[in-house]
Ligand binder design. Structure first.
Ligand SMILES: Nc1ncnc2c1ncn2[C@@H]1O[C@H](COP(=O)(O)OP(=O)(O)OP(=O)(O)O)[C@@H](O)[C@H]1O
Ligand SMILES: [Mg+2]
Length: 466
């Protein structure tokens, strides 16, 4: 009976939720006055950097400043990406947040500057206001006249009322079909879009609340509208500049938004759109919502990209750009120049730099506990202590990886709690970076193309001295 899946199996599959490296991060964990509120947001320690991120958040929310750039610099595993993710969670749905890794700019199909431009424009939202005319009222009566033969156009009458007035509207075939589709009956409060004729049911009128209960629990009761039957309503959409670009740049229009295959967008198209948006802004039809562009591993960019950034940051349609790097004094990609964080000095000069510090033992323990909860793993107190020690000696990431592997080992011996033994077992199964290097050194003769470590130490200045 292969290929037949029992329902219990299906349930197991749908219940499976994936946990990413930062899924325990829910926010910065700051209050209005930028003070740390312990235990909220899933973040631990790193107080200065979080507060700095809080200031940036306020700046972004005010939406006044364009083209600021921030660099988060710190050793690997000190929470740079985590803080950026926390910031994204705090921004809310309306403010665009784009995240790219600097290595994404190298593509065969489109140029580096085009990738960066698209990322910039994805991070700028345009809030567009539209006014529509609606008819809103409670249905008093729907009357549909049918031809005896059943053929020919349908006609009818719809009586709508508000608390102040009542009007009878003539109905054509299209409207009758619309009413039938929505199953509109007397006592419903409905909304009709005058431009498109679309009918929306808002709910049932309170005056019908005592109608004998044939109504299901999902029925919403609303009050009968007041005032005029015809109302003007403002509808607000937020789209990104990039979306407007794509829709206007190609024959297939918005479909390219889904495939992501947008190709290069002509500068003329962008110029026109910028002009149009400026026009809308003057007429009060649209407002600009500057968002955030997060470029992780910024040291992967090269000279051309850096000089493009210098220029792009000065445009008045630039988002707040946050960059992260774990490099110390190192080569700028593609050159022999050494520079702090592997970035040219002129760009560094434009940035506000936030540095992230290494964690204390307490903080590491807390992070590991939060991760264990997120991964739904029960760690015994001893195991947690040992894991903290491991993290201090190796790295936080390595220790985090041992949580779920440790759980698998615990399950193998039919226990739901991860004990010290399980941690020891996975610690011996999986090497951390230091032990791996040691192993390489011991057995170097057996590997191919091996260069002794001290020979390459000079240009391997990758990571900040902590
Ligand atoms: N303050 C913190 N509170 C909670 N979790 C944290 C904190 N800092 C880091 N983490 C978690 O530790 C792990 C490593 O952190 P992260 O990926 O942010 O490091 P990073 O600074 O971006 O390192 P790299 O330079 O290697 O990219 C992640 O799973 C992250 O969610
Ligand atoms: Mg990172």
């Amino acid at each position: 009976m292969e290929g037949v899946i029992s329902t219990s199996q299906i349930k197991d599959i749908t219940r499976l939720e994936r946990t990413g490296a930062h899924s325990h991060i829910k926010g910065l964990g700051l209050d209005d006055k930028l003070q740390i509120t312990p235990g909220s947001g899933g973040m631990v320690g790193q107080v200065k950097a979080r507060k700095a991120a809080g200031v940036i958040l306020k700046m972004i929310k005010q939406g006044k400043i364009a083209g600021r750039a921030i660099l988060m610099a710190g050793a690997p595993g000190t929470g740079k990406t985590a803080i950026a993710m926390a910031l994204a969670q705090e921004l809310g749905n309306d403010v665009p947040f784009t995240t790219i890794s600097a290595s994404e700019v190298y593509s065969l199909e489109i140029s580096k500057t085009e990738v960066l431009t698209q990322a910039f424009r994805r991070s700028i939202g345009i809030r567009i206001k539209e006014e529509t005319e609606l008819i809103e009222g409670e249905v008093v009566e729907v009357q549909i006249d049918r031809n005896v033969t059943g053929i020919g156009p349908k006609v009818g009458k719809l009586t709508l009322k508000t608390t102040d007035m009542e009007t009878i509207y003539d109905l054509g075939t299209k409207m009758i079909d619309g009413l039938n589709k929505e199953k509109v009956i007397a006592g419903d409060v409905i909304q009709i879009d005058k431009a498109t004729g679309r009918i929306t049911k808002l709910g049932r009128s309170f005056s019908r609340a005592r109608d004998f209960d044939a109504t299901g629990s999902e029925v919403k009761f609303v009050s009968c509208p007041e005032g005029e039957l015809q109302v003007r309503k403002e509808i607000v959409h937020t789209v990104s500049l990039h979306e407007i670009d794509v829709i206007n740049s190609r024959q297939q229009g918005f479909l390219a938004l889904f495939s992501g295959d947008t190709g290069e967008i002509k500068p003329e198209v962008r110029d026109q759109i910028n002009m149009k948006v400026a026009e809308w802004r003057e007429e009060g039809k649209a407002t600009i919502v500057p968002g955030v562009l997060f470029i992780d591993e910024i040291h992967m960019l090269d000279m051309e990209c850096y000089s493009f950034l210098n220029r792009a940051l000065e445009s008045n349609l630039a988002p707040v750009v946050i960059m992260a790097s774990n490099r110390g004094l190192s080569n700028i990609r593609g050159t022999n120049y050494k520079s702090p964080h592997g970035m040219p000095i002129d760009l560094l000069d434009r940035l506000s730099i936030i540095s992230t510090m290494s964690y204390s033992q307490d903080e590491i323990e807390q992070i590991l506990k939060i991760r264990a909860i997120e991964e739904e793993v029960d760690l015994s107190a001893d195991a947690c202590m040992i894991l903290t020690k491991v993290a201090m000696e190796t790295s936080l990431r390595y220790a985090i990886n041992l949580i779920s592997t440790g759980y698998l080992v615990a399950q193998k011996r039919k226990s739901n709690v991860v004990s010290v033994e399980d941690i020891k077992r996975v610690y011996s199964l999986f090497l951390d970076e230091k032990r791996s290097v040691q192993y390489l050194q011991e057995y170097q003769a057996e590997f191919m193309f091996n260069t002794p470590l001290n020979a390459q130490a000079d240009d391997n200045n990758m990571v900040l001295d902590s």
